[in-house]
Write a protein that binds this ligand. Structure first.
Ligand code: DAH
Length: 337
């Protein structure tokens, strides 16, 4: 019987040591009610009175040993499972997180904001006017009566005979002067419309920024100083400006204003088409008729005004060669700003 017990012990311990052992099956096999050890103990009745306690003791020791082994193996397996799980679910907290794609401003918005900032810095206020405008403000109050030839270059979309989509931001000048008495110092950005076919430099919808200053003693010198300051801030300290005589019905005298080419510095290159200068805006001294129509006495007050295209400034600043890029919303283009 002793040998049987020792054999059970040896077998059980060996079986339990195998990495693939089914511990619960083995527990039932050796220690269960119908298990091998129990079977041996059942036969103890046949033993002599001296042998019984010895074998009993041995059987108990073996049971304890097998139980201890089962416990050890279970603990080891549990530890290994945790180890494997940790390894499989390894988390490296030092890996940088996923970058969340973030949007940004459209180049036209960037330029418009920069324009606003420059003029806010010079004490201007931002004012806005309606895009659906009266013929009166878009033309008549700006010294462009019905049938004036200047209307040809600013053909727009008419809602009725007297209501149209504004072709320029200049009507905001008249609206401002009607409401507000001098001193006036305003900047007016916004959308404008023209009945133009789409091409690399034209769009039926585009953006302008208008400036207006009216006070006692405002001169062309103030206009020049203001635009010089603007040009240097927008295109660089080295930038010079040049006034060329021009005609606008609502200013007298009027000028087209050029900046020295900020690529070649005036020597002549592809951007300035060999000219050394780039046209950026129209400007002039507010026409006395316009002041008068808006209820401001031109004998007492004078003023200057200027207007520029936001697309044009953006295209120059960012070297965009086709205006259509600005409206197509192609992310490959927009991502560059
Ligand atoms: N409104 C003019 C245009 O669209 C630009 C302009 C020229 C605005 C001279 C002005 C100005 O205020 O004084 O062509």
């Amino acid at each position: 019987m002793r040998e049987t017990l020792e054999k059970i012990k040896a077998e059980a311990l060996e079986a339990l040591s195998a990495p693939s052992a089914n511990i619960e099956d083995l527990r039932i096999k050796y220690l269960g009610k119908k298990g091998e050890l129990t079977a041996v103990l059942r036969g103890m009745g046949k033993l002599s009175a001296e042998e019984r306690p010895v074998i009993g003791q041995l059987a108990n020791d073996i049971r304890a040993e097998i139980e201890a082994k089962i416990e050890a193996m279970t603990a080891e397996r549990h530890a290994r499972e945790i180890e494997e799980k940790l390894e499989a679910e390894r988390l490296d907290v030092t890996i940088p997180g996923y970058k969340i794609a973030q949007g940004h401003f459209h180049p036209l918005t960037l330029v418009q904001r920069q324009l606003e900032e420059i003029f806010l810095g010079m004490g201007y206020s931002i004012v806005e006017g309606p895009e659906v405008e009266l013929d009166y403000y878009n033309f008549q109050a700006l010294n462009i009566p019905k049938d004036h030839p200047a209307r040809d270059t600013q053909d727009t979309f008419y809602i009725t005979e007297n209501i149209l989509l504004r072709s320029q931001t200049s009507p905001v000048q008249a609206r401002t002067m009607e409401k507000q008495k001098p001193p006036i110092k305003v900047l007016s950005p916004g959308r404008v419309y023209r009945s133009d076919a789409v091409d690399a430099t034209h769009s039926p919808l585009f953006h302008q920024v208008e400036g207006l200053v009216v006070d006692k003693g405002i001169t062309m010198g103030d206009l020049k100083g203001t635009l010089e300051m603007f040009a240097k801030t927008m295109f660089g300290e080295e930038t010079k400006i040049r006034f060329r005589p021009h005609h606008f019905p609502f200013t007298e005298p009027s000028a087209e204003v050029d900046v020295s080419c900020f690529v070649c510095g005036g020597k002549g290159c592809r951007l300035c088409k060999g000219e050394g200068w780039i046209e950026i805006l129209g400007a002039g001294m507010v026409h006395p008729n316009v002041l008068r129509m808006c209820g401001i006495d031109p004998e007492v007050y004078s003023g200057f005004a200027f207007g520029m295209g936001v697309e044009r400034i953006a295209m120059l600043k960012y070297r965009i060669d086709d205006m259509r890029h600005l409206y197509e919303n192609d992310v490959r283009f927009l991502n560059q700003f």
